[in-house]
Write a protein that binds this ligand. Structure first.
Ligand SMILES: CCCCCCCCCCCCCC(=O)SCCNC(=O)CCNC(=O)[C@H](O)C(C)(C)COP(=O)(O)OP(=O)(O)OC[C@H]1O[C@@H](n2cnc3c(N)ncnc32)[C@H](O)[C@@H]1OP(=O)(O)O
Length: 194
């Protein structure tokens, strides 16, 4: 066996996820975590501009319209772009747990081709937590929120401290973020987490 499946399956003593008491209310739009994020930032013209909403429990939904800049084959979305949409939606679950976590492993199934102009209806939830490992799944449906699944993913996110970004990000961007009052609000939202 490759070991991939094992790594994506929560161990028997994993815990159910806990929604943070100050998580955004169900239905509330979760704003971009960073203006230059390729997944959610408004400052990236060819980015995905994902608008994510908090759901019930530890769940989020999002919509992503595939544009010409996102093609792989003629008229079809690039698989890597679709994986990014799943990854970004999964990353937004951080806002419901108030735990900062980055993608450790992401396994994607491509079920249906996704043409340009399609709106992908994304849905992600945390299934279990074990230590710093956060097990989660996501689907992307076409034709509506109840339409057929076109893409899906299983993932393990790993909890990190803010230092993960401060110590590893290019200094110019880190400096800019830390001197931006709006961005600092994002950082502080996580700092209050015990
Ligand atoms: C200032 C700005 C703030 C902005 C905030 C919002 C940002 C949100 C962004 C969201 C954007 C969207 C999302 C994005 O795009 S996030 C961007 C893409 N992801 C990354 O760049 C992550 C790069 N990787 C790393 O930095 C390290 O490898 C990490 C931090 C992940 C682990 O290295 P670390 O040295 O810390 O960990 P450890 O070795 O002590 O292991 C700890 C535990 O984890 C388990 N494990 C480790 N790796 C894996 C794996 N691959 N699969 C399964 N499990 C794995 C390991 O077995 C162990 O478990 P256990 O043995 O204890 O049971």
């Amino acid at each position: 066996m490759s070991g991939r499946t094992t790594a994506l399956t929560p161990p028997a003593d994993a815990r159910p996820p806990v929604r943070h008491p100050e998580a955004p209310a169900p239905g509330e739009v979760i704003g971009a975590h960073y203006d230059n994020c390729f997944g959610c930032g408004g400052g990236v013209p060819h980015g995905l501009h994902l608008e994510v909403r908090a759901g019930e429990g530890v769940r989020v939904t999002a919509e992503f319209r595939v544009r010409e800049a996102h093609q792989g084959a003629p008229g079809l979305a690039h698989g890597g772009v679709l994986a990014t949409a799943l990854d970004e939606t999964l990353g937004s679950l951080n806002w419901l747990t108030r735990v900062i976590a980055v993608t450790g492993r992401l396994e994607t199934d491509y079920v249906l081709p996704v043409p340009v102009d399609t709106v992908l209806h994304l849905d992600a939830e945390v299934s279990a937590v074990h230590g710093r490992k956060i097990y989660c799944t996501a689907t992307g449906r076409i034709g509506g929120p109840e339409g057929p699944v076109a893409v899906r993913a299983d993932a393990v996110f790993i909890e990190v401290k803010l230092e993960h970004f401060v110590n590893n990000g290019r200094p110019a961007e880190i400096k800019a973020v830390l001197s931006d009052p709006d961005q600092l609000k994002v950082v502080r939202a996580f700092e209050v987490n015990p």
